[in-house]
Design a protein around this ligand. Structure first.
Ligand SMILES: [Zn+2]
Length: 285
């Protein structure tokens, strides 16, 4: 555990196998002598097509890329904390972490990590299913497979005909596990999640001339219920609705995809025993 009163964290997401961009990021950090205390990697390290995440026969090459990704980031800071995305292999969601990736990186899916005195990091990977629609109330509509834009992984109830509410129920089961970590203490919290909250513009996706809402309502509820303790929610998944938004006065940050050269930084300061968010910076090369 770190005893510092300042923390600088590099935020990277949706790398999607773009090793060249990770090397560029390493160069950029070296050029600016930027040595973050931590790196948070928010999932979609590889790009397994929808429905193939469980196909272990194809894992060998994906494992190579995941290791390469983490090892490049570990050169920037050995303290890499990551969560899997919906395009990552099933093994990254195994809570016993039988297979270790990178050298010093930590998989935080459904886990907690003491960042510092009084500051707890909790993580949840994966995503729920989303429809494509211009209607924000779409989740109340009858599901039709033709309207499913993104199938969630691993939070999907039925591959043939997924249902938003049932996907949310599955997501809630795992979120309840991390809620338990914060129940018996008053520590401040940072949540890292691949999927963003529903009513945050950072979860909106603009594709095929339409906007669709790729967030989770269960996450909104979590932010509302814990708003006195959450410092920030950091997420990835949506490549277009990036940047900072606020939900119940909490900063929600999606740095955007490293696949396209997007990344971010946050700076935290400890004052009178309370952590504060000093800066959120969205960057791009
Ligand atoms: Zn994703």
């Amino acid at each position: 555990m770190d005893k510092k009163n300042k923390l600088s964290i590099l935020i990277v997401s949706d790398t999607h196998e773009e090793i060249d961009n990770l090397n560029k990021l390493l160069e950029e950090c070296e050029k600016n002598s930027y040595k973050p205390d931590y790196i948070f990697l928010l999932g979609d390290i590889v790009t397994i097509p929808q429905g193939e995440q469980d196909n272990e026969n194809k894992y060998e090459n994906y494992y190579k890329i995941i290791n390469q990704t983490l090892q490049i980031l570990e050169k920037i800071s050995p303290n890499v904390i990551y969560i899997p995305g919906n395009h990552d292999p099933k093994t990254l969601f195994d809570n016993d972490n039988k297979i270790k990736f990178g050298n010093s990186s930590i998989n935080l899916h459904k886990k907690k990590y003491e960042l510092n005195n009084n500051l707890l990091l909790i993580g949840i990977g994966g995503s729920i299913t989303n429809l494509i629609s211009n209607e924000k109330e779409y989740y109340k509509y009858e599901y039709n497979i033709n309207n499913v834009e993104w199938r969630g992984y691993p939070y999907i109830d039925n591959n043939e005909n997924p249902n938003f509410e049932k996907c949310e129920e599955l997501f809630k089961k795992d979120l309840d596990i991390i809620f338990n970590y914060i129940k018996d203490n008053n520590k401040q919290i940072i949540l890292i999640s691949h999927n963003g909250p529903f009513n945050s513009s950072t979860s909106n996706c603009f594709e095929k001339g339409k906007c669709f809402y790729a967030g989770s309502l269960i996450l909104d509820k979590f932010v509302c219920e814990s708003k006195n303790r959450i410092l920030t929610v950091l997420h990835g998944h949506t490549h277009t609705g990036t940047g900072v938004s606020t939900l119940y006065n909490i900063n929600i940050f999606n740095p955007g995809p490293m696949k396209n050269g997007h990344y971010g930084k946050i700076d935290l300061v400890l004052k009178d025993d309370k952590w504060g968010l000093k800066n959120i910076t969205k960057l791009r090369f």
